[in-house]
Design a protein around this ligand. Sequence first.
Ligand SMILES: [Zn+2]
Length: 203
Amino acid sequence: MADERRIQQFRQMAEADPENELGHFSLGKAYLEAGRFTEAIASLERALALNPRMSKAYQLLAEAYHEAGEGNRAIDVATRGVAAADKQGDRMPRDAMVELLQSWGAPVPAFVAAAPPAAAEGDTSAPGFRCARCGRPSGQLPKPPFKGALGEKVFAHTCSICWREWIGMGTKVINELGLQLASKAGQDAYDQYMGEFLQLDQL
Ligand SMILES: [Zn+2]
């Protein structure tokens, strides 16, 4: 079962480097998608403890609590998540959590709604560009960073700041998991982590 294989992979990553929030985050997300809510909650709580600025982790944790029947906790997490995401300028998870709170009939906290970062001079982003990970409407890469469908997807949906962050994280992933990029399995695993990190997997 595909879910189970992904869970094994991410569990391996979380165990190989327990201080790396990405492993716990990805594992929590995989558990949530597999309907294993109690385990999702534990992994996402761990990811947030390591990095309280992970806006998307609040969103998934709130969903996991809701699905697990812990409505008050879900509302508490989403309420804190809206504030954290807004502070970070992470619009997409913020707006998703506002929608969650509304759908649960819970009050939506006031947030600052910081103005979108101004496009830098000479910004070449396509009209309507928005980074899938951070929500920035600017900073598109000048061209696809590598060939193929995934390279095109990165180009269409990833800002240069998030791309640079992935390069650093990707190196860690390769080292920690001992991925062999020359093999198809290694390349597939690497692509999957990239998609998770850049939040391209649900597009
Ligand atoms: Zn970005």
